[in-house]
Write a protein that binds this ligand. Structure first.
Ligand SMILES: [Cu+2]
Length: 113
């Protein structure tokens, strides 16, 4: 009888109460704070990542690598300086370098709620 009582207490301790608060899961493949231009090649250091609505991110641009992009409520046209981007809505923001997208200098940011 003692063993059965002990088992009941253990069961209640393990399964009887689930008071864990709901916590947002971490963003998988989260974007860095800045998407940089690789110094030695015509490429972005990040070409695919995920960002939450409202999280700021900077995408580098300059006269040698003009930035254009659209999606998730934002449009950028041939920007020649770093762009601080914050997305107010979910969606996919596709971006590219006007000069080098043909050789792969492009990417996308998945913006999630
Ligand atoms: Cu470029």
């Amino acid at each position: 009888m003692k063993n059965i009582f002990g088992l009941m207490i253990t069961s209640v301790a393990l399964f009887g109460c689930n008071s864990n608060p709901v916590v947002d899961p971490p963003v998988v493949n989260a974007c860095p704070s800045t998407i940089t231009i690789s110094g030695s090649s015509n490429a972005y250091t990040t070409t695919s990542c995920t960002l939450k609505v409202g999280t700021p991110i900077t995408i580098q641009a300059n006269s040698g690598h003009p930035l254009s992009g659209s999606g998730a409520g934002r449009t950028i046209s041939s920007a020649k300086s770093d762009q601080n981007v914050g997305f107010a809505q979910a969606g996919t923001f596709s971006f590219l370098c006007d000069f080098h997208s043909g050789s792969g200098m492009k990417g996308s940011i998945t913006v999630v709620p």
